[in-house]
Design a protein around this ligand. Structure first.
Ligand code: PGA
Length: 253
């Protein structure tokens, strides 16, 4: 754990839960998980459910909320897109950038991810920049190069601090295959090294780096115990209030 940082438990709901299901989730999650001062919890519902989340969580300011994506421009003729400024106005605090599903399905390349990160910061939101290698890249021995390239591109556009990173090996997302704690430790160390190389040592030391990819109640404890893991970004297991509450309640060692 980075000194002084409270671990972050983040729920990426992807294209699940409309406004009604969102309210039902918040009610049940709030009953199962009481606010704790030693950790942070954030949710990324679909943008269309953001307002419902905020209303449902009105009595629970500890449950933070963000959007899963923003457009790389401030505004314009981009049918279907949401800007960072609009997300901030609607009450988001956080925004993801560069999730591997965006990279793969929507063609978000490193330059687009960097531009999105810049818009997120300009709008006063806190970005979580997702990075990680595919199985082909890992097996070709490209882990270090891929992370280095993804981080370099972002830090060229956004040289200051204020970023949270999520290391998400693509082969572990939604597959049930989790990186071992040793894999996570190794990759997080590479991430920190790349941040130092393309930013500086202070930035690397203070960087918050989440792990993501098939995190569940059964593996949260060992993943959080891995050196350099400052929290988690959870997909599938965050859709169920009981399992996400169990993840958020993990004992921290
Ligand atoms: P998963 O997704 O937990 O379902 O593997 C993680 C993510 O995509 O952020």
């Amino acid at each position: 754990m980075t000194d002084g940082a409270r671990p972050l438990f983040a729920a990426n709901w992807k294209m699940f839960k409309g406004p009604r299901e969102t309210v039902a989730f918040v009610d049940e999650f709030a009953a199962r998980y009481a606010a704790r001062t030693d950790r942070r919890v954030a949710f990324f519902p679909p943008a269309i459910s953001l307002e419902a989340f905020i209303r449902a969580a009105i009595g629970r300011p500890d449950l933070e909320v963000g959007v899963q994506d923003v457009h790389q421009e401030q505004d314009g003729a981009h049918t279907g897109a949401v800007s960072a400024r609009m997300a901030a106005e609607a009450g988001a605090i956080w925004a993801l950038a560069g999730h591997s599903e965006r990279r793969r399905e929507f063609g978000d390349d490193d330059a687009v991810v960097a531009a999105k990160t810049a818009r997120i910061l300009e709008a006063g939101l806190k970005p979580i920049v997702c990075i990680g290698e595919t199985l082909v890249e890992r097996e070709a021995g490209q882990l270090r190069n891929v992370l280095d390239r993804q981080i370099r591109e972002v830090l060229l556009d956004v040289p200051g601090g204020g970023l949270t990173w999520a290391y998400e090996p693509v082969w572990a997302i939604g597959t049930g295959r989790t990186a071992s704690p040793a894999d996570a430790e190794e990759a997080h160390a590479l991430v920190r090294r790349a941040i130092a190389a393309h930013g500086n040592d202070d930035l690397a030391r203070s960087a918050v780096i989440l792990y993501g990819g098939s995190v569940k109640p059964g593996n949260i404890e060992e993943l959080m115990a891995a050196p350099g893991v400052d929290g988690v970004l959870v997909g599938g297991a965050s859709l169920d209030p009981e399992s996400f509450a169990a993840i958020c309640e993990v004992e921290l060692t």
